[in-house]
Design a binder for this molecule. Structure first.
Ligand code: ALA
Length: 464
């Protein structure tokens, strides 16, 4: 059946050669791209809220549990990314291994990870920025910082940051990578400052009631903070823009995940050690915990780091989304204009502009409370498909060269599937319904566009 049509690897490479992206990224850029996309709203905002609501000081275990699921998924990602070094990430792997309709489902799910994730981050960015402006005496009118359902007109700072990042992406990948480097160093600096300033204030008494909500709380906490890990897979979207993808992609994916896991567990441990966990339910838990221990300077620095962190997450998420649209369009699953490159900058500029406007509208006008969980669901779904894909490719295409081989794949991939499935289960209660509606809507769009898409696109696809 045509909906199960699989695109061959050769055809994928051919399409990539027809519209080549500029190759400007090295291993270090990829590592920073991963860290750039991972550390943001999750660690700076969600850690405190999840500790207060679900896990208590055992939020460290929640981070370890979610990190465990990600490491297994990352190993599967790394094998496919080194073997199929093409933009499109999980979408592309699904197209090659399981066929068009599965690829579409993954591409649709990735929209939750990237575009909806970016909208969540833009709104979080706005919250921190409004707070910082207030501290320096600038008070924005409330109607310009809130969405209509919260009594405002528009969340203007969120709109402006989304449009700004979109412009940066149109301008060029290398330029984006330079800005990303700068932002990542600020946010890593902020995290190290937090650890250094906070550690001397750790009081063992705060850890005494270590697991107040039991293992159930740890598991629910893992689902809630999974958002913090979203993004390391965005490294795979840069496959066509790196100089040596086969070697550098696995370094970028696995390296950034390990660095972030280590930092998350440390920060979570220190944070719950310096104040009682029940006080952490606020929008800026790291900064407020430092203030509670008498460090105002530290708290200001952490707030600055949070802003830089969220900007870089936004940058990489919107970048990832534009590349996925680019490839889906190149494959004929989305209109052609998504893959038109800018003559001078060689970036998919129309795609970037559409995404920037969409993220601006979502974050500027809609309430985003449950969007974070929806983002996690889309990401976990993609992880499961990637883990299945690596198994399928091992049995159907054992001949293809694999510069990175997932170790013990028949153990690692099933563990990735089970652990990600477990986290999906934890999130079902809050997001099961919207996720099902999103999926059904995706199928309607797929079948409608299939019927309507220009004949030429089908011919191009079938010719491959
Ligand atoms: N992991 C990213 C964050 O926490 C999406 O902001």
């Amino acid at each position: 059946m045509r909906i199960f049509y699989k695109k061959s690897l050769d055809a994928m490479h051919l399409s990539a050669q027809e519209r080549p992206l500029k190759k400007s990224l090295g291993a270090f850029d990829l590592l920073l791209l991963g860290i750039g996309c991972v550390i943001g709203t999750g660690i700076f905002v969600l850690t405190g809220q999840a500790a207060a609501h679900y896990a208590g000081p055992a939020i460290t275990l929640s981070y370890a549990l979610a990190g465990f699921a990600c490491v297994f998924a990352a190993l599967a990602y790394a094998e496919l990314a080194s073997m199929v070094p093409l933009a499109g990430s999980a979408y592309t792997y699904a197209y090659v291994s399981m066929g068009e309709i599965v690829a579409w489902a993954v591409g649709w799910g990735l929209m939750l990870e990237y575009a909806v994730g970016a909208s969540t981050v833009a709104a979080g960015w706005s919250g921190y920025m409004v707070g910082i402006l207030r501290v320096v005496g600038i008070h924005l009118p409330a109607v310009l910082t809130k969405v209509p359902s919260d009594g405002g007109i528009i969340n203007l700072p969120a709109v402006l940051i989304a449009l700004f990042v979109g412009l940066l992406l149109v301008r060029g990948t290398k330029e984006g990578a330079v800005v990303n480097r700068f932002l990542v160093s600020i946010k890593l600096g902020a995290i190290f400052i937090f650890i250094a300033v906070a550690s001397p204030h750790i009081k063992a008494v705060n850890w005494e009631n270590f697991m107040p909500f039991g293992w159930n709380g740890v598991a629910t906490g893992a689902g809630a903070i999974f958002f913090a890990y979203v993004g390391f897979d965005a490294v795979a979207c840069a496959a066509e823009e790196c100089k040596n993808p086969n070697r550098d992609l696995p370094i970028g994916i696995i390296g950034s995940l390990l660095v972030c896991t280590l930092l998350y567990i440390t920060v979570a441990g220190v944070l719950t050690g310096i104040v009682p966990f029940s006080t952490l339910n606020n929008p800026e838990p790291l900064a407020s915990a430092l203030r509670a221990n008498g460090s105002n300077i530290g708290s200001a620095l952490v707030a600055t780091g949070a802003i830089a962190g969220m900007t870089s997450v936004l940058l990489v998420l919107m970048y990832g989304q534009s590349r996925i649209f680019f490839v889906m369009s190149r494959d004929g699953l989305l209109p052609q204009f998504f893959s038109i490159l800018h003559k001078r900058f060689q970036t998919p500029y129309i795609s970037s502009i559409i995404i920037a406007v969409a993220v601006a509208l979502i974050s500027g006008l809609t309430p985003i409370r449950t969007m974070g969980d929806l983002t996690s669901m889309g990401t976990l779904f993609a992880f499961i498909i990637v883990a299945i894909g690596v198994l399928v490719m091992r049995s159907t295409r054992p001949d293809i060269k694999r510069p990175f081989r997932c170790p013990a794949v028949y153990i690692v991939a099933p563990i990735a599937i089970l652990s990600c499935g477990f986290l999906i289960f934890e999130l079902l209660q809050t997001t099961g319904k919207p996720f099902a509606i999103w999926g059904a809507f995706g199928l309607v769009v797929y079948f409608s566009y299939r019927t309507l898409r220009p004949q030429r696109q089908i011919e191009v696809r079938d010719a491959n």
